[in-house]
Write a protein that binds this ligand. Structure first.
Ligand SMILES: *Cc1c(COP(=O)(O)O)cnc(C)c1O
Length: 486
């Protein structure tokens, strides 16, 4: 059944998405797939929260095996649906919020304030006021923010005692990429030494790194442990280190597919093989004097280790990064600390799929076959160059007559030449029909929401939750543009 549903659309070369059972079952039922799109419009994000608890448990189980008390906070910016807030809360996870509205919604949903951390990159006064009055932990990023929050504690007073905060640190290790976030440990210590910080309870050290390297996190964890000792010396009683997100996941089962794609794409970019991408897009790499320069700007769709095994690699890297015999577990235990993490993408692995309806087939003026979808490219995009998974094409009872087999590209609704839904060439061995449904797999982490826009007054996609064999709209509601009264 699984190979069957994939035969209608295959990438050149294929990148076969790993599907959760609920996805395969839904996609194997063309009538049900079509019904969701007919009912909620195109595109529609279908959500299933089942895998979230398992994904989190992979991390906490691995940590427990290594003697580490790890607490998982779901990074909510990865998907706006409230279903994931509820699922996180029910699984006993915390939530990491990035704005006042995210915070307000999470608290309204019943997440206990002590299970919430505010890591927003900018924190306007209203966000700080709400944080203070509700007693959630704030990860402080810079002097101005810390001074503003400290002044607020003096002005308003924190009802339940000093305000819980964490200090976001920027690594001083030369092996770690430079960052706009946080301040160095010496800078924080200088700030602490020059202030009366009685309005704060300094509960922890926080960091979040770009990329997915276990070794990088091990290095910065060492810095964080040293910073904890500095805080202790100054009379503070921190209880945690928060290592942020960036815990890797894999969208593909088959490493060989990923390697084959990489080498074919490199050859194409060098002009040594046929193009695989729209106008031979190098995804951040280009040929210069016969050599490839630049780095590929996409997620690594296959990687290993992920989640639990990745955590074990982190524990090993921590031990190996020092001459002193030590383990992460003992360093944390000796200081009475627990470890926190804030995964977004890897927690939502297996939790969503996006459907869009085919409206037309045509060719560009220079003959490239196109499939026009009722969606725009912000509705399946992250901040990287492309989403590199083969879609599943579903032909339902309302599909029209398919055309001849061909290969081409998916295009969308924004009125620009570069409006590609996916930038890889796809083969359609059974043609494409108007009314077919294109399913983009595993889109819950970032792909649905992080960049979606309402340009051209096109409504945002509805978000529906697959539950008990049916579908209900996520309580976030209000997703669709309301018709203005003209
Ligand atoms: C984005 C972000 C996360 C989540 O990152 P993932 O790569 O999705 O795991 C966690 N913490 C902070 C502070 C972030 O900015």
């Amino acid at each position: 059944m699984n190979s069957d549903i994939r035969k209608m659309c295959v990438g050149l070369p294929p990148l076969t998405a790993r599907l959760e059972n609920w996805m395969s079952e839904l996609l194997s039922d063309p009538t049900a797939t079509e019904r969701v799109v007919n009912e909620y419009g195109s595109p529609v994000n279908v959500i299933h929260t089942g895998a979230l608890r398992r994904n989190a448990a992979e991390l906490t189980d691995a940590a427990a095996f290594h003697g580490v008390d790890l607490r998982v906070f779901f990074a909510r910016k990865a998907n706006k649906a409230l279903s994931f807030v509820d699922a996180s809360n029910q699984a006993g996870l915390g939530v990491d919020v990035a704005s006042e509205r995210e915070l307000r919604q999470v608290l309204k949903r019943g997440v206990p304030p002590q299970n919430v951390i505010v890591t927003a990159a900018v924190k306007p006064p209203r966000l700080l006021e709400l944080s203070l009055s509700t007693g959630v932990t704030v990860a402080l990023d810079n002097y101005d923010e810390a001074d503003a929050y400290l002044a607020l504690t003096a002005a308003l007073g924190a009802g339940g005692g000093p305000a819980p905060v964490a200090l976001r640190i920027a690594s001083q290790n030369g092996d770690i990429a430079p960052t706009r976030f946080g301040l160095s440990v010496p800078d924080w210590l200088e700030w602490l030494d020059a202030r009366d910080t009685a309005g704060f309870r300094i509960d922890g050290i926080h960091f979040h790194l770009h990329g997915y390297s276990a070794r990088d996190r091990a290095l910065v964890l060492s810095e964080a442990v040293a910073a904890i000792d500095d805080l202790r010396q100054r009379g503070h009683s921190p209880t945690f280190i928060d290592m942020g997100g960036g815990i890797p996941m894999s969208y593909l089962n088959d490493e060989a597919q990923w390697n084959a794609f990489e080498s074919a794409h490199k050859a194409a970019t060098l002009g040594e093989g046929p193009p695989l991408t729209w106008r031979n897009d190098g995804f951040g790499r280009r040929a210069e004097a016969g050599a490839l320069v630049g780095t590929r700007n996409t997620y690594p769709y296959y990687q290993a280790p992920v989640r639990g095994d990745w955590f074990s690699a982190l524990v090993d890297a921590y031990s190996n990064s020092s001459d002193r015999p030590r383990t992460l577990a003992s360093d944390l235990r000796e200081r009475g600390l627990h470890l926190r993490c804030e995964p977004g993408r890897s927690l939502l692995d297996g939790c969503g799929v996006t459907f869009a309806r085919v409206l037309f087939r045509k060719r560009t003026s220079d003959g490239i076959p196109l499939v026009g979808l009722e969606m725009n490219r912000t509705q399946c995009r992250s901040t990287s160059a492309d989403f590199l998974l083969d879609p599943v094409l579903v032909r339902g009872p309302r599909s029209g007559h398919p055309n001849q087999p061909f290969s081409g590209y998916l295009v969308g609704a924004y009125c620009v030449e570069d409006e590609l839904i996916l930038r890889r060439e796809l083969s359609f061995p059974h043609g494409v029909a108007v009314g077919d449904i294109v399913a983009l797999p595993n889109t819950a982490g970032y792909l649905m929401h992080i960049l979606e826009s309402e340009s051209h007054q096109l409504p945002l996609a509805h978000n529906v939750v697959a539950r008990d064999g049916g579908f209900v709209e996520d309580d976030l509601g209000g997703a669709a543009t309301r018709e203005p009264r003209l």
